[in-house]
Design a protein around this ligand. Sequence first.
Ligand code: NAD
Length: 388
Amino acid sequence: MSCEKLQSYDVIVGNEVFTLSGALCELIASRRALIVTTPTVDRLYGQRLRRCITDSGVDATVEVMSLTEHDKQMDTVLEICAAAHSRGLARHGLLVAFGGGVCCDLVTVASSLFRRGIPYSCVPTTLVGQVDAGIGLKGAINFANQKNYLGCFAPPKGVLVDPTLLISLPLLELQSGIAEILKMAIIRDETLFAKVADHGAQLIASRFNDAEGTGPEIIARSIELMLSELAPNCYEDRTLLRLVDFGHTFSPKLEELSGYHLRHGLAVALDISLSTAIAMELTLIPQATGELIFETIDSFGLPTYSPLFEPRDLQHAAEVTANHRAGALNLVVPTAIGSGTFISRLDELTPTLITAAIKRLSDRQEFSSVQGGVKEFAAQAPSFSGAR
Ligand SMILES: NC(=O)c1ccc[n+]([C@@H]2O[C@H](COP(=O)([O-])OP(=O)(O)OC[C@H]3O[C@@H](n4cnc5c(N)ncnc54)[C@H](O)[C@@H]3O)[C@@H](O)[C@H]2O)c1
């Protein structure tokens, strides 16, 4: 799979990044590398990583840093740059992100600044990272209380996706990643949607590492779809009509309002639900198809409604997004499983429409709780209070 513009890069999906020692060490090759990771990932995989470095003899060191959503700021970018400086990385050096989406975003920004830009690679260790954050060429930090406000477009030198790294992933993080897969499936691929919906229990139980290989297959297909969406418009300078923005119009605001306690994928699931409810209100999608989307989201224990759904906040989110998209709202809404359309004008999203969509989701939520809750996974669903 590749994504081409000024620079093409490969996304390699395969098991055992370390035992391959190949893949990772081939990326590093004769460069001096700094591998940036987090305490959790270091605890889980640091020993294997260091053994791989020693065995292969590449010139790489590991830097362990706290990289949470709250650390997604300039100070942390500068810390990464300082570590790269101490390590003596030059223009041909390499920064490697070995962690979740936050790690990938921060390393991408640091690499674009350090010595005016040095190569970087991602080895994403979360499902969100493997199907989304670590795949594209955007890096960002939060700024002025806005999500991903500062950042860059910088293509990686390569991306290694090893689904076996997901075996240690907590349920909440799996759910978060599934939301990003559902995003692609709903808007682009009916077959992928059916596969994800049909294999839900197996995917969760096996952490995407089932014996049949369905998990890795779903990850690979999701990446393929993502790259096919990104490739013709890598720098978002050809069009601002992007299907991959499905689930990403209201979600940044929801994350901000939650004080960044709401996981990225859960915010995306809420945005997908709201966008679907809006499509249902406008009869852009058959009611039964909209319900199928809600039920599938439920089946993974993901939320379809949140107390953060305040019409004024959502209207504000739409305005901020439209400002970002050169004045056009370009809200992506599904029209069927596997396809979508855009609500382009901001004035089409009236307060009455937002209120009706919220009511649809809140009524549904009330009905589900009266019925005794949604399916199997809901019992393990995270309880998110929506507190500001
Ligand atoms: N640049 C992009 O295009 C893009 C796309 C999507 C999301 N993002 C960004 O990605 C971020 C979300 O990424 P995320 O969900 O990966 O969050 P994250 O990076 O915070 O990781 C989530 C949690 O998983 C833990 N973890 C990581 N790997 C693990 C493993 N293998 N086993 C066990 N635990 C592990 C981490 O310690 C962390 O607690 C958000 O900031 C979002 O804005 C960026």
